[in-house]
Design a protein around this ligand. Sequence first.
Ligand code: GLU
Length: 436
Amino acid sequence: MENKQDIRVRFAPSPTGPLHIGGARTALFNYLFARKNNGKLVLRIEDTDQDRSEEMFEQDIEDNLKWLGLNWDEKYRQSDRKDIYQKHLDTLIEKDLVYQKDGAYYFKTPTEGEVVVNDLIRGKVSFGADSFDDFVVVKSDGNFVFHFVNVIDDMEMKISHIIRGEDHLSNTPKHILLFEALEAPVPQYAHIPLILNEDRSKISKRTGDVHFAQYREKGYLPIGLINFLAQLGWSDSKGREFFLLEELINVFDLSRVQKAGAVFDIKYLNHMNHHYLNNMDFDEYYKLAKDFNPFEGEEDYHKKVLKLWQERVQYFAEIPELIDYFYQDPADYESKLLVFKKSSPDQTQKGLETAFNVLSSLDESSWSQTGLQQILDDTIAAEGCGAGDVFWPIRVALSGQQGSPSPVELLEVLGKDESIKRIATALKKLTPLELN
Ligand code: GLU
C-alpha cells in the first residue's frame, strides 16, 4: 500500500496587529486544504518579535477565525518554544553551519549556484546565490529571527504544505537552505497571490480597510466573507460563486489558484453578502439586523421596516441610513424633488391631491399593499392623471428620497395617519413652487 504522507498545514500569523484580510484568506485556504485532505491545521502564533507582539492581537486573530468557522486542530506559540530553537541552534553551531559576528549568529549560505522553489501555484522559481547572502538567525540581543524559528517549527510540526502569501516567496530560498542544514525534508510550497486594490496597487492599511474585524463590525455575514475570500485568487471550475463552507472544502483545489494578483472588489463582496441576506430566513435575518437599528419603536413596527429592506440591504451597517425616514419625518427634502421627470408642479399638485383625497377616505382595513395599489391604479385611470404624478410624489413625500421601496410598500408600513400627514406636508411644499 502506498504510504501517503500525512497532510499538515499551518496558519502562522504574527500578532503584531489585528487579523487582516490577507491573513483571513491565507487561513481559509489552509483550512480548506487541510479539511479536503483529511489533514490537520495548526495555528501557530509567531510572536518572536516581543516588542511588537500583543496578546490582544492574538485574541483578535483567534476570535475572528472562530467567527468565520475556521477551527484549527493544534495551537502553538513561538514564545513558549525557545528551548527547542536553542537546541537546534546548538546543533548547527556544532556542525559549524553558523558563525558568530558582533554578538549575532549568521547562517552560512552557498556563494554560488541557485536554489529552486517548486511551487504548486507558481511552478519552478529559481533564486541565484546573490539573493541569499549569509543571514542573521539569532540577533545580538539573543532573539531568534523569523526565518529560523519559522523553519524549525515547520520541521518540528511536520508541516507538509506551506500555503502562504506571495510576499514570502523571496524568503523561501533561505528557508529551503535552512531545511537542508537541519537535514529535514522540504515541504511543498504554495504561494498565493497578493491582494490588490482596484488600481492594482498592493492593498495596505493606507489604501483600504484591511482589518478583518471592520467587515464583521459592518455587518457582513461569515458565509458572505468566506465566499468572497475564497474567490480572492481561487475560482471554481464551473464558475459557481456561492458555497456552504462544507461545499467549498469539496471543490477547493490549489491547482485552481491563480498566479496573478487578486483584486479586492468591495462591490463583489456586497453582491455576495446581499445574496445571503436576501435568501436568509426572516427570523434569522431579523435577529441580526435588529442590533443595527438605532431607532426607538414597537417591535412589530421594527419587523415590518426591516423586512422591507431584507431584499435590498447589502450589509447591516447600511441600515440606520436606509431606514431613518421610517422613524423620523423626512420633511426637509427639496420641494422640486416632488416633480416627476418632465412633469410640472401643476400636474404634480393635481396628482398628489387626488391621491390625498382617495387615501384619506380609504378604510384602514383596505390599507394593504394590494388594496393600495388597486385603488391608486383605479384612480389614475378614472382621473386621467399620469402614474408618475401620483406614485412619484407619494414616494418623495413619504421618504424624502428618489430611491426607496415601492410607494405602496412605504404607505403600508408607515400606516394611514403618518402617510396622510406626510402627503399633506408635501402638498404645502408644492404650493410656492406653483407660484414661481
Ligand atoms: N508570521 C508570518 C506572517 O505573518 C508567516 C510566515 C509563513 O506563513 O511562513 O507573515
